[in-house]
Design a protein around this ligand. Structure first.
Ligand SMILES: Cc1cc2nc3c(=O)[nH]c(=O)nc-3n(C[C@H](O)[C@H](O)[C@H](O)COP(=O)(O)O)c2cc1C
Length: 457
C-alpha cells in the first residue's frame, strides 16, 4: 500500500534568541517595537503558517560575568506580545515558551486560558524546564530546583494546570438573563491539588476556553524530555534539522507513543530550521556563506569556544589557531543562562575532534566555529528548498518545520512569496486555513476534560 502523502506544517520562530539572528545587518529592524512582531505575524499568516513561535529566556545571558550582547539582548514579555498579536491576526496559532520552573500553575493556567479566549482558540504553550540557580536568582526561590527534578516538576506543573483548565465545562457559563443565573453550578472552577511541588486549592476563575486548553509543545532533547513529550505533548520542538538526525529522532519519539496509549498522529515532530534563498542554488550558497560570516563574528567565535573550553580565551586571535590548552571539564562557569547544556558532551573528545578538523582544513578559530555551529538547514533556489522541505517530511525526518529567519522582521517575506506557492502547487501545504482553532489546523484530536473531572462537573 503506497504511503499517504503527508501535509507539511510550518511555523515562524520570531528571531532573536541566539546568533542565528543577524541584528547588525542594515536591513535588520527592532526586536522591541510592536510593528516588528506585527509584520512578522502577518507575513506568517499570509503564508498560511500554522503558528508563530516565541522563545523565552528569563535572565539575560552572560559570558565571563558580562552581559552577552553579541546576540539580541532583552525582549518584551511573551504573554503580552502574544495577546497583542491575537488582535492583529485571525488564524495564526500563537505559541509561547513559558518555563515550568520559575512560574506557578495558577498564573500560567489563567494566562493561557485568557490567550485562548482572546485569540478564539489559537494558544499554544512550549513547556521548558530550565532549573539553573543563575536564572533562579531573578525569582524568590533562586536555584532551588535540582537538574534531575526538572521534569518531575514540569509533569506536576502541567497536570495541575490541566486540572485547572478542566474545572470549567464548556456549558458552565449560561448567562441566563431570564432566570438571572450566570453559571450552571455554584462550585464551578473548584479544585484542590496537592503533590510534592504544589499545594493549592480554590476556584479557577477563567471559563473554559475555545480549545479547552492550549496546544502543548515540549522542547527537550534528553530521554526524559522525549518521554515527557510522548506522554503529554501535542508537538515536540527539536533541534535535529539534518535528514539522518531528524529521521532518528522522529523514529525514536514516535516509537514511544503507543506505551502512552497514543497514536503516531497524536504528536507532531517539528525541528527548528533556517533557510537562505537565492535566484539560483549557487547564488544562495554565496549568500549563505555571507550570512554565516555575519552570524559568527570573531568575538562570537571566541565566545563559542569559551563555552566548550570553559576558560577565558579573550587573548586568542579568532583568525588564528585553536588554543593549545585543553578545555576544563565540569559545570560551565563561563557562559550563564543558555538553554543548551553541556552534560551530553565529552568536552575533551569534542576538542580533539575540532583540532583534527581545523588541522585537516587549515581552519582558523572563526572558520572552524562557522563550520561546527552551522545551522543552515535549507539553502538554494525556491524550487530546491521546496523540494528539500517536502523530502524531509515525506521521508519522516519531521512533520514540518519551525523556521527561524536570520533577519527581523522581514526575513520570512521571501519564503512566503517564493516557497509557499511551490509547496501549495505540490499539494503538500494548505492553500487556506481549514480549521477554526490551532488544534484543528494541526490536525490534532479535540481535547475533552479528563473523564473523572467530567463526571464530577
Ligand atoms: C529547539 C529547542 C528550543 C528551546 N527553546 C528554549 C527556550 O526558548 N527557552 C528555554 O528556557 N529553554 C529552551 N530550550 C531548552 C529546553 O526546553 C530544555 O530546558 C532543555 O533542553 C533541557 O531539556 P533536556 O534536558 O530534556 O534536553 C529549548 C530546547 C530545544 C531543543
Amino acid at each position: 500500500m503506497s504511503k499517504k502523502t503527508k501535509q507539511i506544517h510550518l511555523a515562524a520562530h520570531f528571531p532573536g534568541v541566539n546568533n542565528t539572528t543577524v541584528w547588525s545587518d542594515p536591513a535588520a529592524g527592532s526586536h522591541i517595537e510592536f510593528e516588528s512582531f506585527r509584520h512578522f505575524a502577518r507575513t506568517a499568516e499570509r503564508g498560511k503558517f500554522d503558528f508563530l513561535f516565541l522563545a523565552e529566556g528569563l535572565r539575560l545571558r552572560e559570558q565571563r560575568g558580562q552581559i552577552y550582547d553579541l546576540d539580541v539582548v532583552g525582549r518584551p514579555d511573551t504573554f503580552s506580545v502574544l495577546a497583542a498579536l491575537a488582535a492583529v491576526t485571525d488564524h495564526l496559532g500563537l505559541t509561547g515558551t513559558i518555563n515550568s520552573t520559575f512560574n506557578e500553575p495558577y498564573e500560567v493556567a489563567r494566562q493561557f486560558a485568557t490567550l485562548d479566549h482572546l485569540s478564539g482558540g489559537r494558544a499554544a504553550w512550549n513547556v521548558v524546564t530550565s532549573w539553573d540557580a543563575f536564572t533562579g536568582e531573578n525569582f524568590r526561590r533562586g536555584g532551588y530546583l535540582r537538574q534531575e527534578d526538572r521534569y518531575a516538576r514540569a509533569k506536576a506543573f502541567l497536570e495541575t494546570a490541566t486540572e485547572l483548565w478542566d474545572t470549567w465545562a464548556a456549558d458552565d457559563l449560561v448567562a441566563d438573563k431570564a432566570a438571572g443565573t450566570f453559571v450552571r453550578r455554584p462550585d464551578v472552577g473548584s479544585y484542590a491539588h496537592r503533590d510534592e511541588h504544589f499545594d493549592i486549592a480554590g476556584q479557577f476563575n477563567v471559563p473554559r476556553s475555545p480549545q479547552g486548553r492550549p496546544v502543548i509543545f515540549q522542547a527537550g532533547d534528553s530521554d526524559e524530555g522525549r518521554e515527557f513529550a510522548a506522554a503529554r505533548a501535542d508537538a515536540i520542538f527539536s533541534r535535529h534539522s539534518t535528514l539522518e538526525a531528524g529521521q532518528a529522532f522522529y523514529a525514536d519519539v514516535k516509537r514511544r507513543l503507543p506505551a502512552h496509549g497514543r497514536t503516531r498522529d497524536d504528536l507532531l515532530i517539528l525541528p527548528a530550521a533556517t533557510f537562505v534563498l537565492g535566484d539560483s542554488d549557487a547564488e544562495a550558497r554565496d549568500l549563505a556563506a555571507e550570512v554565516r560570516r555575519q552570524q559568527v563574528s570573531g568575538a562570537t567565535a571566541i565566545n563559542f569556544l569559551e563555552q566548550l573550553w570553559n576558560r577565558d580565551l579573550s587573548a586568542y586571535d579568532p583568525d588564528g589557531p585553536l588554543p593549545d590548552v585543553d578545555p576544563l571539564p565540569g559545570e560551565n562557569t563561563v557562559a550563564q543562562g543558555r538553554a543548551s547544556v553541556r552534560r551530553h558532551e565529552d568536552v575533551l573528545q569534542t576538542a580533539r575532534d575540532w583540532r583534527e578538523r581545523a588541522a585537516a582544513g587549515g581552519l582558523s578559530i572563526r572558520e572552524l566555529i562557522i563550520e561546527v555551529t552551522a545551522r543552515q538547514s535549507f539553502v538554494g533556489a525556491p524550487q530546491t528548498i521546496a523540494g528539500q522541505l517536502n523530502d524531509f517530511v515525506q521521508q519522516d525526518a519531521s512533520d514540518g518545520f519551525i523556521l527561524v529567519p536570520h533577519l527581523t522582521p522581514t526575513g520570512l517575506d521571501s519564503f512566503v512569496d517564493q516557497v509557499v506557492p511551490l509547496l501549495q502547487e505540490r499539494g503538500v501545504f494548505r492553500t487556506d486555513y481549514e480549521g477554526g482553532t490551532l488544534r484543528d489546523n494541526l490536525g490534532l484530536r479535540p481535547q475533552e476534560p479528563a473523564a473523572d473531572r467530567q463526571a464530577a462537573s
